[in-house]
Design a protein around this ligand. Sequence first.
Ligand SMILES: NC(=O)c1ccc[n+]([C@@H]2O[C@H](COP(=O)([O-])OP(=O)(O)OC[C@H]3O[C@@H](n4cnc5c(N)ncnc54)[C@H](OP(=O)(O)O)[C@@H]3O)[C@@H](O)[C@H]2O)c1
Length: 435
Amino acid sequence: MKTLQIGIFGLGTVGSSTVQILTCNRELVERQLGATTQISKICVRDTGKTRTVDTSNSILTSRPEDILLDPKIDIVVEVMGGIEKSKEIIEAAFKNGKHVVSANKDLIALYGKELSELAKQNNCHFFFEAAVAGGIPILRTLQSSLTGNHINKISGIVNGSTNYILTRMEIENLSLESIIEDAKALGYLEADPSADLDGLDAARKCAILASLGFHNLVKSNQVYVSGIRNISLEDIKQANKLGYKIKLLAIAENKKDGIVARVHPVLISQDHPLAGVQYEFNAVYVDGDYLGQTMYYGRGAGGNPTGSAVVGDIIALGRQVLAQTRPDLDYASMGDKAIIDIEDLDFSYYMRLETDLKEDQLADLLSKRDIKIRSIENVNLNEETSDTKKLEKPADKNEFVIITERVREKDFKKSIEELEKTSNSITVIRIEEDI
Ligand SMILES: NC(=O)c1ccc[n+]([C@@H]2O[C@H](COP(=O)([O-])OP(=O)(O)OC[C@H]3O[C@@H](n4cnc5c(N)ncnc54)[C@H](OP(=O)(O)O)[C@@H]3O)[C@@H](O)[C@H]2O)c1
């Protein structure tokens, strides 16, 4: 029986779980593969560090060439993260005829196409299911089970940290700032939380989902992105009163004239399945022309869920290697449809603003700018407004919550500029209605 030899780069959160699953579920893995497996080497930065998995049989190295130049190693698993060094390693792996599994969303969102082309040239397979939504099997689903459909739209909660923060704000009535510190202590946020809070991590996943879902190349720098830093508890409460939840969504749409790829906070109806996704969980909602809507839900990060996706890739890839199939690399044969600017899209908007204008003056100003109001409420007059808040606000200021009818984003932006002259506090959040 053939033995598939595996070399792993990285033995941190994901690498350790990958090794544990391959070891503990060895019999199951090998039965499905029809081959035995062997972890030949694991490359890390510091071979002296204490590890949570057994490394007693000298499989640790800090020399990449021990894996890359070992002719016996068939599969390279890259779970070390970062961009330039990982790219170098994966390129070298392909050039040496090794197949690659990676969990690296940052790298794939930027270089998925280039790396897939190199894999193809070298007749190597390249799998990266774990790069989007951790344990949720969404990429292979898009690439296999759903391929009979034109995928119209993909909407996902793909960043567990921000979903965790928004959920706790809502449930525990806490401010964003107070949860950020707690989330860091609990390991839900990095010491530098920018990639999560500013939506950049979700944008990378959005680019990969859009590329594979629509067979068109979308790079992460083509995704419109805006994070959750300006979402306040007051907005969450007001949205709830209006029948909405606030979520950070990654949204990709395949339109006739181009592709939309955007990550930003949205108000979605409380009845939508994505609205019920709480805490660190992820979900991806896919709309296909014959399929209709489906949702894929689960843990989007963490060692074991991500390791589960990595091992699933090792088995799927291993089967292809053993069957000597030609690599099927979607990224290597993608179209290049235009990307539609968010300014050319229509939305309804939620607005909360403090102004010295009266309701009729505000309505008049907006209507002169062709902004139609669907609902308006003076939340100063609302009984639930706290006494502290009333004290903080000057007596002549009104606070309004407005929902607009749909309007083109670029036109709306102009009207906001006008409003900003009358208000020093204005929050705007798009409402996601076609979902
Ligand atoms: N953590 C998650 O929940 C999750 C979810 C989905 C995807 N991912 C992706 O999975 C990858 C790994 O994440 P992780 O959380 O497991 O990272 P991690 O815990 O920081 O582990 C990184 C590992 O890579 C090793 N490493 C780093 N740079 C290296 C280098 N230049 N040469 C050799 N080894 C090096 C480190 O060695 P030392 O141990 O010696 O320092 C460590 O073992 C990333 O691409 C991440 O985006 C992670």
